[in-house]
Design a protein around this ligand. Structure first.
Ligand code: MIG
Length: 665
């Protein structure tokens, strides 16, 4: 059952596309089931939690699979420092699923509001969840399934928000990326080294360095003598090249044709006084396409043509929270703060802290997000409209709709592809997102670090992302920031075997982490080869989850809802219809403890025995906690009782996979 509670006139986010025929609608009615709503100053939803209640959801977030005990802020945030207590990451996914084991009851809530939403999940008061929104203009959906199965509750929501994006088949292959790759020789080096070490490969990425002065939709001629030829050369070896596109357009009407065209046609966001908004990102001062305006989406999308014409069929969209390094106003304010701090020489030392905070506050500042506007039709704007302009368009201040920006950048690209390149499937994934963006592309989880805790974080993020429709996703394998070591790289890769997006990516200046940089490369190669043996299975399970609105990764409790031990497991996941995975995420470990919720088959693959070739070692294990051995050159997972999975022979890329040679494990 779906109940929609509409408060005032919400902004049309386009995240919900289809409601069941028997959905019930309520208008400005605070009598919401389960919780208490008040709409006095802003909007607040309160819910009493029992001690054993579990709150799932929130998609891309820090914290556990069970979200209790913390405060989360839904606010698309450029966050390269993902330490434990961060309240916001790149995605804003306001879906939660409350499960009361003792009442044997669950229901889900979706707060469809495009600005900041604060979720206090029993932080301030242990037994109270409260959700706060500054403007009481939203749709709150309450969802209950007839069966009471957690998976069914999620499926109802997933059907409401529309079918998830499916990438091309090759995007299930192994992909190599690094911030710094930007030239023809970078690409061919990566390809040759993978060949040399017999590591399968389907794609190589281009980061911002391929651009000329970081300008979108340019290629630096100094780094590519003939861009199209390079792309062709790689594609002859079945390797796809995936360039990055950033959100900002360099503010330079004289030299930058994209900018000049956008200014001429009114495609960029403006400030209240009508002047163009600009803020610094990689190319220096940039303008920002008004992606909420369909015409501006079409305009921005059309520039992808230079790449699709060159034979490119994959893109990643970055910096689309949007990330703003600085604005002129922000710098002026900083300069005056610094001057103040040091004007009193005696206290200058003490004021250093103030200065440090002031410097950090320049980036992604609230003041900047409040200083520009989107122009949309007035029905879309609803009660978030600040004014109606002379052309009949409503102006909406950016911060109020902030979380829709990246979503609509992804949509811009996707709509261009479906209209103009309909015969090719294009890989597309984004950093920022809102629910709805899952129909247009995948997401990666942004700038994690080469930390064991971030490997574990990814395990917890995957099921939460799946609840919100994001099926094509994964983290930067090996970690983006910091320096990875061999053990951690192998364990990241072993988790990556199961994530639809399997990409090794790292930051400029960190230890190089292409798989051939480490000793004993054959261990890495064997894990990647194992992925290729699993691709037909992973791909078919993925497609099934898309068409049936199911989750590819589930917490154990979704399959074993009555099992109280399963309820607390946060480091193992159910995968597809048949598997349970149990990644090792601790340093120097030769195994780990696994909770087995019912009798299952343990499958252990190592070199020659199931990993790169051959058949694995198998053993039936009963319900309970088991210590399972799993060395870094092995992969262990479980098959549910009575099930079999198809495994093929390994291949050097996805195009060479032979789906006729299948073994059943
Ligand atoms: O400010 O393009 O998350 O994957 O390598 C950093 C450079 C900008 C952030 C992305 C990361 C990418 C990096 N970008």
């Amino acid at each position: 059952m779906v109940y929609r509670y509409r408060f005032s006139r919400p902004f049309r986010t386009d995240s919900v596309v289809c409601l069941p025929d028997d959905a019930k609608f309520f208008f400005d009615d605070v009598d919401v089931p389960f919780g208490k709503v008040s709409v006095d100053s802003g909007f607040e939803f309160k819910l009493e939690l029992l001690d054993d209640d579990i709150v799932f959801g929130l998609g891309e977030a820090m914290g556990g699979i069970n979200k209790r005990g913390r405060i989360y802020r839904s606010w698309c945030q450029d966050e390269p420092n993902q330490v434990e207590d961060k309240a916001s990451l790149y995605g804003a996914h306001n879906f939660i699923l409350v499960h009361s084991p003792s009442k044997n009851e669950n229901f889900a809530l979706y707060f469809d509001y495009p600005g900041l939403v604060t979720f206090d999940m029993g932080f301030t008061e242990h037994s109270l969840m409260s959700v706060r929104i500054e403007r009481a203009a939203l749709d709150l959906y309450v969802i209950k399934s007839e069966s009471g199965a957690l998976s069914d509750t999620v499926s109802i929501f997933r059907r409401m928000i529309g079918e998830s994006y499916t990438p091309p088949f090759w995007a299930f292959g192994y992909m190599q990326s690094r911030w710094g790759y930007g030239s023809e020789s970078d690409l061919t080096d990566v390809l040759e080294n993978h060949r040399k070490h017999s590591i399968p490969l389907d794609a190589v990425f281009l980061d911002i360095d391929y651009m000329k002065d970081f300008r979108n939709f340019t290629v630096d001629g100094g780094k590519f003598s003939d861009f199209e030829r390079t792309i062709r050369k790689l594609s002859e070896g079945d390797v796809h090249v995936v360039p990055i596109i950033d959100a900002g357009v360099k503010a330079d009407v004289n030299e930058d044709s994209v900018c000049a065209d956008g200014v001429k046609n009114g495609m960029f966001c403006r400030k209240k006084d009508g002047s163009l908004f600009s803020a610094g990102v990689w190319p220096g001062p940039c303008h920002f396409t008004d992606f909420l305006n369909p015409e501006a989406r079409r305009w921005f999308g059309s520039f992808y043509r230079m790449f699709t014409d060159a034979g490119i069929d994959g893109f990643w969209n970055d910096m689309n929270e949007p990330a703003l390094f600085y604005s002129e106003e922000g710098i002026k304010k900083l300069a005056s703060n610094v001057k103040d701090a040091f004007s009193d020489e005696k206290n200058a030392g003490r004021n250093l802290w103030r200065v440090k905070d002031a410097v950090l506050a320049v980036q992604n500042s609230e003041d900047d997000y409040r200083s520009f506007y989107h122009s949309v039709d007035s029905e879309t704007a609803g009660s978030l409209a600040e004014s109606i302009a002379s052309d009949g368009k409503a102006l909406v201040r950016h911060d109020l709709v902030h979380n829709l920006y990246g979503f609509n950048m992804t949509r811009a690209a996707s709509e261009f592809f479906s209209e103009n390149v309909p015969d090719r499937k294009i890989l597309l994934f984004s950093r920022a997102s809102y629910i709805g963006a899952h129909r247009y592309g995948g997401i990666w989880t942004g700038d994690n670090c080469s930390w064991w805790s971030h490997l574990e974080l990814c395990i917890r993020q995957l099921p939460s992302l799946n609840m919100c429709g994001f099926l094509y996703s994964g983290c930067d394998l090996g970690g983006f920031g910091s320096n990875v070591e061999r053990d951690l790289m192998l364990r990241f890769l072993s988790l990556g075997v199961f994530t639809p997006l399997m990409r090794n990516h790292s930051a400029l200046g960190t230890r190089e982490q292409e798989l051939y940089r480490f000793g004993g490369t054959e261990d890495f190669a064997a894990i990647v080869k194992f992925r290729y043996r699993m691709i037909p299975y992973i791909h078919s399970q993925f497609e099934k989850c898309v068409s049936e609105s199911k989750m590819l990764f589930r917490p154990l409790s979704f399959d074993y809802q009555e099992d109280t031990a399963a309820l607390e497991v946060e480091d193992q996941l159910m995968f597809g219809e048949d598997l349970m995975i149990c990644p090792v995420y601790r340093p120097n470990a030769t195994g780990r403890t696994v909770y087995v919720p019912e009798e299952m088959t343990l499958v252990r693959c190592g070199i020659g025995s199931g990993l790169d070739a051959g058949s694995p070692e198998k053993k039936t294990v009963g319900r309970g906690f088991h210590h399972i051995k799993c060395r870094t050159d092995q992969i262990v997972f479980f098959i549910k009782k009575g099930r079999k999975i198809p495994v093929c022979e390994s291949a050097m890329n996805s195009a060479k996979i032979d789906t006729k040679k299948i073994e059943l494990w």
